[in-house]
Design a protein around this ligand. Structure first.
Ligand SMILES: [Ca+2]
Length: 432
């Protein structure tokens, strides 16, 4: 701050000089201007005039100088304040910043806290997941409880599933019909050679015809892949209203087809997936005894719009196709009893029991295919044509929707249609 008082002192000195000149009575305004200050001996007036001529400039300079000094002074104070602030800040920072060890410790602790937080979040998610599993299990348990409750209620009710078995009996269904039975249903029959009566479904129509049904397919509810004993004894379910699938059994079929002195007709009825119905009849149908492996024989194709598939079918693969797919004279085969004419095992390949040749053009115990059409891929293992086949109607990769095989004495087959027994034309008969 030293320059400030010095400048002030200088200015005061100059002013004092001018004042002194005036005080001595010299009029500054009347003094003749003299350029050469050293050329003449200066008078008080002359000096005063000289000084006066420079005064305003000097005053300006002094004012400027003073302002500069003031600015510098202000600036310096600001800088000092900055420095003090910085010092204070440094001190404060020094005071507030912890020692290295504590800093490390606390940051470690912070990291631990973060880790714990993460763990807790993960565990919370796990808990949520477990809770959802628990509630889903609870729902399932509630469903099961409900189901168990329903079952319990059903079981506590007395069984309503009674089957009416008609009182009339006979050697077969035609005999039953002959004795006056007029409605279809379950009847006991006892063929001539049978040692005991057994239950059959009789289809009795308005013409007094009694068909003994030996096979029924209608919805695929029964698996026809069965062994020798099962085919011998029969399987599936007999129902009084023709709503179930079954194979009556080779032994019973043998007894029914050989017990009568009257020639028997095997009627085959087929329904495809478009709703079309066709049939085929075989006269003098017989199934031999078990000793002859329930061999199938028939006298001749009696007729029917489904065609004579039992006689084989020329699939076009080989000239021998028709011969090797015929069925008359074939023994019965199951997957566990191979009586076919093939090196392999037709019944095993096709998963059924049937009068296999090498192998078949008719195969009514085949695998049930919903919708009818199927491929080698659908057939699985080996891709054999293993559906419910009647090749003279739908030759390949087509499985029937419904089939039935029924027996009736040849004398009754044309009843009610004004045709003589043995007539070969058979369009649309007997679809009851
Ligand atoms: Ca074989």
């Amino acid at each position: 701050m030293a320059p400030y008082p010095l400048a002030t002192a200088g200015a005061l000195l100059l002013l004092f000089s001018f004042a002194s000149a005036q005080v001595r009575g010299d009029s500054l305004s009347s003094c003749t201007q003299n350029d050469g200050f050293g050329r003449y001996c200066p008078t008080t007036c002359g000096v005063a005039d000289y000084l006066h001529s420079y005064m305003s400039g000097v005053t300006r300079d002094l004012d400027y100088l003073q302002k500069e000094l003031e600015t510098i002074g202000n600036f310096t104070r600001g800088t000092e304040e900055e420095v003090f602030y910085m010092k204070d800040s440094t001190t404060a920072a020094q005071k507030s910043s912890p020692g290295d060890t504590y800093y490390k410790k606390s940051s470690n602790m912070l990291n631990d806290v973060f880790r714990f937080q993460e763990t807790i979040t993960a565990q919370e998610q796990q808990i949520l997941d477990l809770q959802s599993v628990i509630s889903s299990n609870e729902r399932r348990m509630a469903d099961l409880k409900q189901l168990a409750f329903q079952l319990q209620q059903k079981c506590s009710e007395p069984c309503k599933d009674t089957v009416e078995i008609k009182p009339t009996t006979g050697t077969d269904c035609q005999d039953v019909a002959n004795k006056g039975a007029t409605t279809s249903g379950l009847y006991y029959v006892k063929p001539a050679k049978a040692t005991a009566q057994f239950l059959v479904y009789c289809e009795i129509d308005g013409f007094g015809r009694g068909f003994t049904v030996i096979q029924r397919r209608r919805d695929g509810s029964v698996d026809f892949k069965k062994d020798w004993v099962q085919y011998k004894e029969g399987f599936g379910y007999l129902s009084p209203d023709d709503t179930t699938e079954f194979w009556l059994g080779n032994e019973k079929i043998h007894l029914l087809s050989t017990g009568s002195t009257m020639p028997i007709v095997l009627r085959i009825e087929l329904t495809d997936w478009e709703g079309n119905k066709r049939h085929a009849d075989y006269a003098m149908f017989r199934v031999g005894p078990e000793a002859d492996m329930y061999r199938l024989t028939y006298g001749y194709f009696f007729g029917g719009d489904a065609g004579d598939a039992f006689d084989g079918y020329d699939f076009g693969d080989d000239p021998s196709d028709k011969f090797y797919t015929s069925h008359n004279g074939m023994q019965f085969s199951t997957y566990d009893k191979d009586n076919d004419k093939y090196d392999g095992n037709c019944a095993l390949q096709d998963g059924s029991g049937w009068w296999m040749n090498r192998c078949h053009a008719a195969h009514l115990n085949g695998k049930y295919y919903q919708g009818g059409r199927y491929t080698a891929k659908d057939a699985g293992d080996g891709g054999y044509d293993n559906g419910i086949i009647w090749a003279t109607w739908h030759n390949r990769w087509y499985s029937m929707k419904e089939t039935s095989m029924k027996l009736i004495p040849v004398s009754r087959i044309t009843a009610g249609h004004g045709q003589q027994a043995g007539a070969k034309q058979f369009g649309g008969l007997g679809d009851s």
